[in-house]
Write a protein that binds this ligand. Structure first.
Ligand code: NAD
Length: 500
């Protein structure tokens, strides 16, 4: 049976490379879409050629003026139409997302639902954007004294590029598409080479809703086509979400043109449980904070710090709860709540960290490799890693310091004082997020304010909604375009003086 091919969308046309078959190798032309739960190849992604990437940029540049001058209300209507289309096709999109990414069907459904919310939220910001376009008079400017009035207006930043990671293919796409579209920016989107499927399928809806060139989607390996996109002087903003290593490359390729660049990178976020916390709530927050989306979450609270006095009781409950998680293929068995790592590469990476942890002397309390029997048609297949907890992890150990991006929780040596907990939590090169669990509001506030992170959860972990900004600190990047704050990042300020 021949595999379906999915092509890049350029100027509202899907562009194949079938004419090159026979003269160019299959590896150069296609990326196999592998189902991480079964290891079956379920489709082929056509890699955009360099020429196609250039034409996507040109199309984005050509579309910018027209889109910028399209009334904001019409731009909002396009976002709402896309939300409606995604809503209508929710089950189809969720199934494809699970087949491509390995997350559970339930998680994919939640993602698609939140995609619709995100698009509608940005559509609802039409009034906010219009006000910024209209501008306002600078009330601090002493007009009479200088004989000049002063007005501040905002404009769409220009043609953009957005580069995406593999963990939330559709949702992160919407986090970037929403603010870019409502502010009048045209954009080339590049999904991860591992998870391009749903983005390209979405192209079917996009081409019927948005004018040509406003949204282009190019598929391919980042190391091959990424630099072409980020170093193009016609691109006025690059929005990147991915690893620190790639973020550094993207940032340096933007530098020669001084292209605006927003980086949203990795994390090694702590969750601190004080002696006065609700232990059951803490256990749920810890489990959700590291094992949801099979640990492939940038803000996963992957380092656990527990007060000495509750350490044993909390850990007993945590281990018992973790043992109940069913790992496998949720499209095969509905009881599955934990899917497969996205790719063989990611699976091997997580397994290597587990081996390193064992070698360095961490104590494995649960998990520590493949699940004994994954709930899948063929349990010998699939990139499954059992939810894993290591205790006695000291601050010099690799798994305490490095982002694993998998279902592995590192539990530090129990702490005795607040100061000790804060110091250990802040002892990381990352600064994406943190969670604090305590029954005392004063303590939550006091400790939370001392953590050097962009996002902070108090008595919870992970909820992240498009209405709230998503700032980061240290080597976790700069800021991401969520909320009205994010809309501002797609607009440029212009100041106008007029002689009185
Ligand atoms: P990655 O850095 O390997 O890849 C991200 C994207 O960059 C992919 O589309 C890839 O093709 C592209 N790319 C690779 N080389 C490039 C280059 N030279 N120029 C331009 N683009 C290039 O990241 P990943 O493995 O897909 O995702 C996992 C990482 O993403 C983790 O570190 C995770 O923490 C991070 N992440 C962060 C957030 C956040 O909100 N901070 C959200 C999701 C994921």
């Amino acid at each position: 049976m021949s595999l379906t091919k999915y092509h890049s969308l350029i100027n509202n046309q899907f562009v194949s490379r079938e004419s090159e078959e026979g003269t160019t190798s299959q590896d150069e032309l296609y990326i196999p879409v592998v189902n991480p739960c079964t290891e079956e190849v379920i489709g082929l992604i056509t890699q955009a050629s360099e020429e196609q990437v250039r034409s996507a940029v040109q199309s984005t540049v050509n579309a910018f003026e027209g889109w910028k001058n399209t009334p904001v209300s019409e731009r909002a209507a396009c976002l709402n139409k896309l939300a409606d289309k995604m809503q209508e096709n929710m089950e189809k999109l969720a199934t494809l997302e699970t087949q491509n990414n390995g997350k559970t069907y339930f998680e994919s459904l939640a993602d698609v639902d939140e995609c619709c919310n995100t698009l509608r939220y940005y559509a609802s910001l039409a009034g906010y954007v219009q006000k910024k376009l209209d501008g306002y008079t600078n009330e601090h400017h002493e007009s009479e004294k200088h004989g000049l009035s002063n007005r501040i207006v905002f404009e769409s930043v220009g043609p953009c590029v957005s580069i995406l990671p593999f963990n939330y293919p559709l949702l992160l796409l919407m986090w970037k598409m929403g603010p870019a579209m409502i502010t009048g920016c045209s954009c080339v989107f590049k999904p991860s080479e591992y998870t391009s499927l749903t983005t390209l399928v979405l192209g079917e809806y996009i081409k019927d809703i948005f004018p040509p060139g406003v949204i282009n989607i190019v598929a391919g390996y980042g190391y091959k086509i990424g630099n072409l996109l980020t170093s193009d002087p016609r691109i006025k903003k690059v929005s990147f979400t991915g690893s620190l290593a790639t973020g550094l490359k993207v940032s340096s390729s933007c530098t020669p043109n001084l292209t605006r660049c927003n980086l949203e990178l990795g994390g090694k976020s702590p969750i601190i449980c004080f002696e006065d916390c609700d232990i059951d709530l803490a256990v749920e927050s810890i489990v959700g904070g590291i094992f949801a989306n099979k640990g492939e979450i940038c803000s996963a609270t992957s380092r656990l710090l527990v007060h000495k006095s509750i350490y044993q009781s909390l850990m007993d409950k945590l281990v018992e709860r973790t043992r109940k998680i069913v790992t496998g293929d949720s499209l095969f068995d509905k009881s599955v709540s934990h899917g497969a790592q996205v790719s063989k590469i990611q699976y091997d990476k997580v397994m290597n960290y587990i081996e390193t942890a064992k070698k360095e002397g961490a104590i494995c309390l649960v998990g520590g490799g493949r699940p004994e029997k994954a709930a899948a048609q063929d349990p010998t297949k699939g990139f499954f890693v059992a939810p894993t907890i290591f205790a006695n992890v000291t601050e010099d150990m690799t798994i305490w310091k490095e982002e694993i991006f998998g279902p592995v929780l590192s539990v530090g040596v129990p702490f005795e004082t607040e100061e000790e907990a804060i110091r250990m939590a802040n002892n990381t090169e990352y600064g994406l997020a943190a969670a604090v669990m305590s029954g005392s509001d004063e303590r939550l506030e006091r400790v939370g304010r001392q953590l050097v992170v962009g996002s902070l959860w108090l008595n919870s972990s992970q909820p992240c909604l498009c209405q709230c900004p998503w700032p980061t600190r240290k080597k976790s990047g700069i800021a991401v375009e969520l909320s009205t704050f994010g809309v501002d990042l797609f607009m440029e300020v212009k100041t106008i003086w007029k002689k009185l």
